[in-house]
Write a protein of this length. Structure first.
Length: 317
């Protein structure tokens, strides 16, 4: 495994070609009217009581305390600015590989200093240099330290490159002040979301169909960067029902699961717990490879709209 592989997870071609609807390829055409289409898979619900979530996160934080302390020291030694939560634009190095630190656990937002620009251990990534970046900052909301995202016709994210690990349980909390009313995650020109949490997986790219291998090679040649083998994304949707599994309109290597939808729960904290292995099987029809990164993104670049959202702690067991 190379450091570049982690550094470039869901950046460059991965972002420009597929994640936020920024692809240069045309959306897949709709089937002819009257033609039968296979039933879309549906994932089980994941919302859990937020009190139970808080208790589980407290137990997780206690169990990870020693590892988190060690990794904070590692981050500080490797990159003092990153350890302080400041943005580090390593895309301006003209192709040099800065070899970011890969972590064993996801740093919790709640333990980051409130004055930080970014949470400790999380790195900014840019989808496309021509896109306006979404603004992320640390904030205290409802007596907790969280990441505050504000998008205005913009798209960018934060991610953590991880040491390879098996797919386990994913747990998080988030909220938004409203949906993007004209967004449609199955339609490229309107593929936006106020909240996204994504997990990148390793795998054997050589076993993929030729068209996918060519796409990966094109991305590598044009950007010098690699895309992950597959990406599973959880979103707050506007058009699809909770539990819907949505194919990315530009590539089969990204599948989205709608875990919240509509405005029913707007301005409320929503707490979720997901079985990554079960969700990957539901979305891709096979067992997952190893997890290599986790990230978040709030984007409104395609619909030219605004969105405001908050991300609470995320845990990967």
């Amino acid at each position: 495994m190379t450091a570049k592989r982690f550094r470039l997870v869901l950046t460059g071609a991965a972002g420009a070609l597929m994640l936020a609807g920024c692809a240069s390829t045309s959306p897949q055409p709709s089937p002819p009217q009257g033609a039968s289409t296979p039933a879309a898979p549906v994932a089980s619900g994941s919302a859990i009581d937020c009190q139970a979530f808080t208790e589980r996160m407290a137990a997780h934080a206690a169990a990870q305390a020693d590892t988190a302390l060690t990794e904070s020291g590692t981050l500080a030694a490797a990159n003092p600015l990153a350890a302080d939560g400041e943005a580090t634009d390593d895309d301006d190095d003209d192709g040099a590989d800065a070899s970011p630190v890969t972590l064993a656990t996801l740093p919790l937002f709640s333990v980051s200093p409130r004055g930080n620009q970014l949470p400790v251990g999380w790195q900014p990534w840019t989808i496309n240099r021509n896109k306006i970046p979404t603004t992320y900052s640390m904030a205290e909301v409802d007596q907790r330290v969280v990441v505050h995202a504000k998008a205005d016709s913009s798209a960018s994210g934060l991610y953590v490159p991880l040491r390879e690990r098996d797919a386990g349980m994913l747990r998080w909390t988030w909220k938004t002040n409203g949906i993007i009313r004209n967004a449609d995650n199955s339609h490229g020109p309107r593929e936006d979301s106020p909240l996204r949490l994504f997990v990148a997986f390793d795998g054997d790219k050589g076993a993929l169909p030729l068209k996918d291998q060519l796409m990966y090679e094109m991305a590598r040649l044009t950007t010098g960067r690699e895309m992950p083998y597959a990406t599973l994304m959880y979103i707050w949707g506007g058009q699809r029902a909770e539990g819907a599994v949505v194919n990315n309109p530009h590539t089969d290597r990204v599948r989205m699961i709608v875990v919240d939808s509509g405005i029913k729960h707007a301005n409320q904290w929503r707490c979720h717990e997901r079985d990554l292995r079960a969700d990957y099987r539901k979305a891709f029809g096979t067992d997952p490879g190893r997890v290599i990164a986790v990230g978040i993104m709030t984007d409104t670049d395609n619909t030219k709209s605004k969105a405001e959202a908050w991300y609470g702690d995320i845990a990967l067991d």
